[in-house]
Write a protein that binds this ligand. Structure first.
Ligand code: ZN
Length: 409
């Protein structure tokens, strides 16, 4: 049986757990050590450390201090790992904690985080999703049920000092180009809410001032939010420090491509059963700068889709040059408009696109001036027919159930 090397107690604050951290820095002490070939289990908080509750109010989504996230379990030291190696991580299984069989999806206020469609949904909203074995459904979003594609939103190894300095320099410079933007262009180091595992005292003060926030994906992987990096995947991570320092968190029961609602997945507390091994000198041998991975042999077999196209012309009719961000936004907005015809609110439709195993594709990036992106909506997750027909659309959702919304104060 694999040992549980890191445990989390959901009744206690994440900041009381010295095997958890919410920043990236090479001086964060290893929480535990393993050997190549070892199997082990890490428990994790949800990304907010338990701030978001299973209730019918979005006030917690509105009010959360986003400088506190993400709470990650680790770092796990791997004996013999050295800079330049590849750390091979098998995600043998992932699940929700038995005392917490639910997850949440949130739209963040434009003034506190924002999100992909924040101009269309500027206020905090939330949906709660109950977990029934491998399936999920929500009391706030009727008419859908689907199998989980369970994955860690966030997983990676500690950066070395040189990489950390590079991250900070480029992101701080970027923020300076538009310092007053809401939401901001990026998030600089912020010492006050840094939680650095076992670090205390003066050592903690120094590290907290320069430790990188966990928000973006970076060269080491980090907060990539890739739905297909799911249980059963094998990942190859670049190693930058002795021992590698593997950390994981932000578990998602399910998510659509793009994680478009910002807190766009079904966020949950849980556990990850994994195995590690090493490819010595693998970064140079394979020319690896960012992680690579193999997908799981087991994924939900939804194979019928309604596919929405979007092009790089924005909501105001302005032409953009091959901009896949604009094109994917249009594909998503087109899908939301379509689902509204069946009785969903825009928010419920948005929540489905964020949480269900929706595929997003960059379909064309050469035909100037328009990029074409597509959003693939699985039809089998609905308990009614969403295909276009001469008779339809039939209003299946009666509007009696809505998602909690909390206006800005
Ligand atoms: Zn997440």
């Amino acid at each position: 049986m694999a040992d549980t090397l890191i445990k989390v107690d959901l009744s206690k604050p994440a900041t009381s757990n010295e095997n958890v951290h919410n920043r990236w820095h090479p001086d964060i002490p290893m929480a535990c050590w393993v050997k190549p070939g070892d199997e082990f289990i890490l428990e994790t908080y949800d990304w907010t450390g338990g701030f978001i509750k299973n209730n019918d109010s979005a006030n917690d989504v509105r009010d959360i201090d986003l400088s506190t996230v993400h709470y990650l379990s680790g770092p796990v030291g791997v004996k013999g790992a050295e800079p330049g190696d590849l750390l091979v991580v098998d995600l043998l299984d992932i699940g929700a904690k038995q005392d917490s069989l639910w997850g949440f999806n949130g739209f963040f206020s434009k003034k506190n985080g924002g999100g992909f469609l924040t101009d269309h949904f500027p206020q905090a909203q939330k949906s709660i999703w109950d977990i029934h074995g491998m399936f999920t459904k929500s009391r706030h979003v009727p008419g859908v049920e689907y199998a989980g594609l369970i994955h860690p939103g966030l997983i990676g190894c500690l950066p070395d000092q040189k990489m950390l300095d590079m991250w900070n320099e480029r992101e701080v410079d970027f923020i300076a180009t538009q310092p007053d933007r809401v939401p901001p262009l990026a998030n600089p180091p912020f010492a006050a809410t840094a939680h650095l595992g076992k670090l205390t005292g003066d050592a903690k003060t120094k590290v907290a001032a320069e430790a990188a926030r966990t928000v973006p994906p970076r060269e080491h992987g980090g907060n990539c939010d890739i739905k297909d990096l799911s249980r059963g995947s094998k990942i190859y991570f670049p190693v930058y420090v002795d021992g590698a320092g593997l950390s994981v968190g932000d578990l998602h029961f399910s998510q659509g491509d793009g994680e478009i609602t910002f807190c766009g997945a079904i966020e949950m507390a849980g556990w990850v059963h994994m195995r590690v091994s090493l490819i010595k000198g693998g970064m140079a041998k394979y020319g690896i700068k960012n992680p690579i991975f193999k997908p799981s042999p087991i994924t939900p077999t939804y194979n019928d889709y309604l596919i929405f196209e979007g092009i790089s012309v924005d909501e105001q009719g302005k032409q953009h040059y091959l901009d896949v961000h604009v094109a994917y936004r249009q594909a998503c907005l087109n899908a939301i408009e379509y689902l509204k015809k069946f009785g969903y609110s825009g928010a419920q439709a948005y929540s489905i696109l964020g949480t269900a195993p929706v595929q997003g594709h960059i379909s064309g990036v050469v035909d100037i001036p328009n990029a074409c992106a597509t959003l693939w909506l699985p039809t089998q997750i609905f308990d009614f027919d969403i295909n276009p027909s001469a008779a339809g659309p039939i209003k299946h959702i009666d509007g009696s159930v809505q998602m909690p919304l909390s206006p800005d104060l």
